[in-house]
Design a protein around this ligand. Structure first.
Ligand code: FDA
Length: 527
């Protein structure tokens, strides 16, 4: 039987690619073991023939959308124990044309730290998670493989009145989080995690170990919000710890549509970014069953942290948001570290040790983000409610996080994260599903895309801004192997606005051959 020519060419190309990747893979491994000398890198190399390969690969995968049998898997995973092993990995990868994806906590929404369309290796920072806290001088050094939970735990172990303004979920990795900005419940008082980074250790494409002084202010600027994946391997961060009172207050007040949620949310938009900096009230919107049999409604959960006691919070709320009707019984006083557990969803009385648990809840999801500069009218909000009644929205949530305060005081170009004054709040759209298969994925992803299309008139425009830590490949990607400035600026200006140009400049200086790349990495100018 004769094969059609196109099939023959395809079969030839496919076997060539297989042979090349096997070759690359073997040469890369050989290079690593040859160059490591006495240092035992072979103990931290995992290939598919190794019995713990799958468990190491899956250890920090949070999104099952990128953990299916057809998801491309790494040829090699290396979990370096120190700087010299990272240098060896980078050197061998360049020598043998192996793409490297750096992974810290693995929480990337599009799986970019552990999936690639071309043969690749994962450089996993799991073994580099040392944290040292200097209470006297209010700073800490934290390695990229540590989680936020581990960082918060370490700070709380040594001080009841120091904290750090980073994210809500304790299993997030420091490496990806700080390099994309990183915000949590005290952003209105202290800004982002990246705003509070004062030094860093990075290994660049040439294998040089650099600190703030030796990398220079351009590169140090770029890695604080420009996405670390484009510039090198960030090994550790020096962070400024911030004062927190010994008593803080939390509350969650739930209101559904029958309880005036539309009007309350509408009002919230006029006050949320203007409150005292010590007050953070975010809103979580979900579809829930109504008290009327068989009917659905939407619930708005007003979920808050106040940096102080309720004696001060209650009059403040009475003055600035009386419509919510907050009463003393809604409020719970606790320490700042307990508020971390509260926002992470742990029941009260839980031991702080849960912060050290890296075990993840794994489910499929898709997320997107938007910035809101003008309050959405009630009719606009009602259009959102309609979408919550659709079947795909059963496990959907919209999280509205207020800005203002310190966020408005920091200039748009201080670090690459540009979403500052003028933003009332950010919306994170999330849809989860448990069903397997592409049909279920498509239905849910289409739901969130339809909602995103509906929101266009109500959110920032030209560019329609997005948060890089809520990675969304729908807003544009690079072409593998041929990354152009023009194509990258489509998604780049959404994440970084005018800062995109400076990021491209830094990339061109520090990684001109575009070694550190992914679907949304900053391109160097020659590409
Ligand atoms: P991961 O390891 O997947 O890395 C993300 C990106 O950074 C990848 O491109 C990776 O290559 C690169 N990278 C990682 N380590 C690097 C290193 N050492 N050097 C160079 N590049 C590196 N965000 C937020 O601001 N506030 C919040 O409250 C939350 N909450 C939240 C909850 C949950 C459940 C998830 C899944 C995510 C969030 N996020 C968030 C988003 C989170 O900040 C974002 O996904 C971070 O990039 C995750 O960092 P990881 O190190 O875990 O990811």
């Amino acid at each position: 039987m004769k094969l059609p020519v196109s099939l023959f060419v395809f079969a030839l190309l496919f076997s060539f690619l297989l042979a090349t990747s096997a070759h690359t893979h073997e040469n890369f491994l050989q290079c690593l073991t040859l160059h490591s000398g006495n240092d035992s890198i072979s103990k931290v190399i995992y290939t598919s023939s190794n019995s713990s390969y799958s468990s190491v690969l899956e250890s920090s995968i949070r999104n099952t959308r990128f953990s299916t049998p057809s998801t491309p898997k790494p040829l090699v995973i290396v979990t370096p124990l120190g700087v010299s092993q990272i240098q060896e990995i980078l050197s061998c990868a360049q020598k043998h044309g192996m793409q490297v994806r750096v992974r810290s906590g693995g929480h990337d929404y599009e799986g970019l730290s552990y999936v690639s369309p071309v043969p690749f290796a994962i450089l996993d920072m799991i073994n580099l998670r040392n944290i040292s806290v200097d209470v006297e001088n209010s700073f800490a050094w934290v390695q990229s493989g540590a989680t936020l939970g581990e960082l918060y735990y370490k700070i709380a172990e040594q001080s009841k009145t120091l904290g750090f303004p980073a994210g809500v979920c304790p299993t997030i990795g420091v490496g990806g989080h700080f390099s994309g900005g990183g915000y949590g419940t005290i952003l209105r008082k202290y800004g982002l995690a990246a705003d509070n980074v004062i030094d860093a250790h990075l290994i660049d494409v040439k294998g040089r170990f650099l600190d703030r002084k030796s990398m220079g202010e351009d590169l140090f600027w770029a890695i604080r919000g420009g996405g670390g994946a484009s510039f090198g391997v960030i090994v550790a961060w020096k962070i400024k710890l911030v004062p927190v009172p010994s008593t803080v207050t939390v509350f969650t007040v739930n209101k559904n549509l029958e309880q005036n949620a539309t009007k309350l949310l509408h009002r919230w938009q006029y006050v949320a970014d203007k409150f005292d900096k010590d007050l953070f009230i975010r809103v979580l919107l979900t579809g829930v069953n109504s008290s009327q049999e068989g009917k659905k409604t939407v619930q708005a959960a007003f979920n808050s942290l106040y940096l102080g006691g309720k004696d001060k919070l209650l009059p403040l709320m009475q003055e600035s948001f009386p419509e919510l009707g907050l009463v003393s019984e809604d409020c719970t006083e606790m320490s700042w570290i307990q508020s971390i557990l509260y926002f992470a969803g742990f029941p009260s009385g839980q031991s702080l040790d849960v912060l050290l648990n890296r075990t993840l809840t794994v489910i499929s999801y898709k997320a997107k983000s938007d910035y809101v500069e003008n309050p959405i009218p009630e009719a606009g909000l009602e259009g959102i409610w309609q979408r919550f009644y659709e079947k795909e929205a059963e496990s959907a949530v919209l999280i509205l996080s207020p800005y203002g305060g310190r966020m408005s005081e920091i200039s748009e170009s201080a670090i690459p994260f540009p979403h500052r004054a003028g933003n009332i709040y950010k919306i994170q759209y999330l849809v989860y599903w448990a069903e397997e298969g592409t049909e279920a994925t498509e239905r849910h992803v289409n739901w969130i895309r339809r909602l995103y299309a509906y929101m266009a008139p109500y959110v920032s425009k030209s560019p329609r801004e997005a948060y890089i830590n809520y990675r969304d490949l729908d807003i544009g990607t690079n072409n593998e192997g041929n990354t152009s400035y023009r194509q990258a600026s489509i998604w780049g200006t959404k994440y970084f606005k005018n800062n995109f140009k400076r990021l491209v400049h830094v990339k061109t200086v520090f990684d001109p051959t575009n070694f550190f790349r992914n679907e949304q990495s900053i391109p160097p100018l020659s590409h």
